[in-house]
Design a binder for this molecule. Structure first.
Ligand SMILES: [Zn+2]
Ligand SMILES: [Zn+2]
Length: 390
């Protein structure tokens, strides 16, 4: 026996009424009002929670893999063989298997081989790598924050190189190392030798147009960066002896090629601090992911525990009901489906709130001992709404 109960409340300036409908619901178990707040407490995690869990887990995985890669890079960098540029250099390489040191650290100064590059803006400024960059700077209107944000875009970049060597700091030492494919290296921070900003000329009509389009150009930023002659450079890569020429080239087996104006210790320190950043990011997002997961699991557990409790209470109620029927000598089939579950004779005539059960007649409700509790679920009855069958 079960019912679907619908309730309609109408409030007007002269009178108000509550209209209720009680109809049999063969699929259900007990007559109950189901309020929308009950629907919300289903054990399923919300879309926002699922989204948070998947995003934070994915980011944790990505950050962790970067962290692992960086850790390996630092370990290999620390394990690289330090080789000094001196007369023993060729002997060391000749004795090495394959005339090669797979991962070596070299510290030296930049020396040109034949030609050099001259700065296009500064007199007597010579180098071996020159990079010219044009960046367009503009202000972009952010529709969300309602602020103008600065944005820049590289519109042109050109890098010129000439072959160069690394030589010993000691000028008397003749030994040199040729640097192969310097642009393949990471961490190569060139020295800025020139920069200039060309602001955009603004007219009134332009300004109005910019407010409509939400983009306001500021100007062009022009820079020239160089690796100058005589600069101290640390190179980490594969060292080979090839036809009497010692070469530093990109290493094999996934090792990273470094060329940096920092000394070796600073280079290692810089890589280590980046490892720390990725570790912190991994930890933060890992905590977010596991907290979200624990919260979802906890909600599920609470929901299932509640359902189990409700089921037990209902079973107990049914057992009690059957006992009463035996006591009163009534056949289960002779009791009307809409009969009060307490007296089993009169029609049900009230709704208990907040649980929403429709299970008793008004007289049985009045007879309930204080504090009044719903006979089905034992929830405290806070309000009673009279029921009018129509
Ligand atoms: Zn009754
Ligand atoms: Zn109840």
């Amino acid at each position: 026996m079960a019912f679907v109960f619908s309730i309609k409340v109408q409030l007007t300036h002269d009178h108000s009424f509550i209209e209720c409908h009680l109809t049999p619901n063969p699929g259900g178990d007990t007559p109950a009002l189901v309020f929308s707040e009950k629907m919300d407490s289903s054990g399923k995690p919300s879309t926002a929670q699922v989204l948070l869990l998947t995003t934070s887990s994915a980011l944790t995985a990505v950050f962790y893999s970067v962290y692992r890669r960086r850790t390996t890079t630092v370990a290999r960098l620390k394990g690289a063989k330090r080789v000094s540029i001196d007369q023993d250099l060729k002997n060391i390489l000749t004795a090495a298997p394959g005339k090669c040191v797979p991962y070596a650290v070299i510290e030296g100064v930049v020396r040109s081989v034949k030609e050099t590059l001259n700065s296009q803006f500064v007199d007597n400024c010579k180098g071996v790598i020159e990079r010219l960059t044009l960046k367009e700077k503009k202000m972009v209107w952010n529709r969300t924050t309602h602020l103008w944000n600065e944005s820049e875009k590289v519109i042109h970049q050109r890098t010129n190189t000439v072959p160069f060597d690394l030589a010993s700091h000691d000028m008397a030492m003749a030994a040199t190392i040729r640097v192969i494919r310097p642009l393949d290296s990471s961490e190569l921070d060139l020295e800025t030798t020139y920069e200039n900003f060309h602001p955009t000329v603004q007219s009134l009509t332009n300004v109005i147009g910019h407010f409509i389009s939400g983009e306001r150009p500021k100007g062009i930023h022009e820079t020239e960066e160089m690796l100058r002659l005589g600069e101290s450079v640390t190179g980490v890569g594969e060292l080979v002896l090839d036809n009497n020429l010692v070469k530093l080239q990109p290493p094999k087996q996934g090792l990273r090629y470094f060329l940096s104006r920092l000394d070796y210790d600073s280079l290692v320190e810089k890589q280590q601090s980046s490892v720390r950043v990725w570790r912190v990011l991994t930890a933060v997002f890992g905590v977010v992911a596991s907290t979200t997961l624990l919260f979802i699991l906890w909600k599920q557990w609470v929901y299932h525990r509640q359902r189990r409790k409700e089921k037990n209470v209902l079973e107990e109620f049914k057992e009690h009901q059957r006992k009463r029927m035996r006591e009163l000598n009534v056949e289960e089939t002779s009791v009307s489906p809409s009969a009060c579950t307490v007296c089993l004779s009169r029609e049900r005539s009230c709704v208990f709130l907040e649980c929403g059960h429709v299970c008793a007649c008004d007289r049985c409700y009045q007879a309930l001992p204080e504090p009044k509790k719903c006979p089905i679920c034992r929830a405290t009855i806070e309000r009673v709404v009279p029921l009018y069958n129509s």
